[in-house]
Write a new protein. Structure first.
Ligand SMILES: Nc1ncnc2c1ncn2[C@@H]1O[C@H](COP(=O)(O)OP(=O)(O)OP(=O)(O)O)[C@@H](O)[C@H]1O
Ligand SMILES: [Mg+2]
Length: 310
């Protein structure tokens, strides 16, 4: 499969400060790539270089095979982007806004308006003035606007910023439809990994201008699962811990009347029936799962310890 976007050793200097440092990644057709990192990590600057909004210090960006620097028009014609807040006219209706922008792209774009309005679920409010829209509706209209030129690549900088949980779910559903049904490749940035958990296929974690992790969401979930612990409350915790160590070679912590051990859900039943067979009474079982958010901070802090920050 050919990549839709190839970012290679992308670097940005502001004066002596390297705010984006050798960022490299590729995104393939229909993938949703989550670009995640804390405030000031370099997400917007990277996105601004990808979309030609700010000059590249060194490295390269290719969209659909075209260099954003050497072949700007061809590269950018494949992109729809909402960088920071969407630029909308509040005193016009959503529909008028779309018509106005579609006029830039020609008749084909105007014809697509109805279809796009449906895609972003705005049919009921599209004739209302934008000034009466909620933040979520403005974001959806921004996406509609970015879809007018039928882009292969949709770039959204923090589109869930300020949305409530409901708005985040709606946004997720829209993006999944665009990626899976319309085969649009999407980059979405956020400072919150958990927010993107159910949206993205791949995550690029950026900190201090560097990509510190580049993993599929599936692998990230495996990392979370690998850190899973189970707490068994029982009558003889010392004995139970000894049994688990001997039979399964599992390191156990004894906490009050319980043992805590690293255990996948799939192996829980066999451990429980073994302990019961050995006359240990189990009163209750608690799953201790490190959340995605904890993993995120672990990764960021690990990086902080190992990196020389520019
Ligand atoms: N025009 C500029 N001149 C100088 N420094 C800048 C400029 N724009 C951004 N920076 C710096 O570059 C770094 C990265 O900023 P950037 O906006 O890319 O971060 P971000 O990951 O998008 O953060 P946020 O989550 O706050 O949006 C920051 O330290 C910022 O202060
Ligand atoms: Mg930003």
């Amino acid at each position: 499969m050919k990549p839709v976007l190839v970012v290679n050793n992308l670097t940005k200097m502001y004066g002596q400060k390297k705010v984006v440092n050798n960022v490299t990644f590729s995104i393939f057709e229909g993938q949703i790539f989550g670009f995640v990192g804390p405030n000031g990590a370099g997400k917007s600057t990277t996105i601004r270089m990808i979309t030609g909004l700010t000059p590249i210090t060194s490295g390269s960006v290719r969209i659909g095979g075209y260099s954003i620097e050497k072949n700007f028009t061809k590269a950018i014609s494949q992109v729809g982007a909402v960088v920071e807040t969407p630029q909308l006219y509040g005193y016009l209706s959503g529909l008028k806004n779309l018509k106005l922008f579609a006029a830039f792209y020609g008749k084909a774009a105007t014809k697509r308006i109805d279809e796009i309005v449906k895609l972003v679920g705005m049919e009921n409010r599209i004739r209302d003035k934008v000034s009466t829209y909620s933040l979520g509706m403005k974001q959806r209209l921004g996406i509609a606007q970015a879809l007018l030129n039928k882009p292969k690549l949709l770039i959204l900088d923090e589109p869930t910023n300020g949305l409530d949980p409901n708005g985040i779910v709606e946004m997720r559903n829209i993006l999944r439809v665009l990626a899976k049904k319309e085969k649009i490749t999407i980059i979405i940035s956020s400072h919150n990994l958990a927010e993107l958990e159910h949206t993205c296929d791949v995550i690029g974690l950026i900190n201090n201008g560097r990509i510190i992790e580049h993993k599929s969401m599936e692998d990230i979930n495996k990392l979370v699962e690998a850190r899973q612990r189970v707490q068994l409350f029982c009558n003889y915790p010392n004995y139970a811990a000894m049994l688990c160590k001997k039979k399964y070679n599992l390191p156990c912590n004894i906490v009050g009347n319980s043992i805590i051990l690293p255990l996948k859900e799939a192996n829980l039943a066999s451990v429980v029936s073994f302990l019961t067979y050995k006359k240990v009474k189990i009163f209750s079982i608690k799953k201790i799962q490190k959340s995605l958010e904890e993993l995120y901070f672990e990764l960021l802090n690990g990086n902080r310890k190992n990196s020389s920050i520019v």
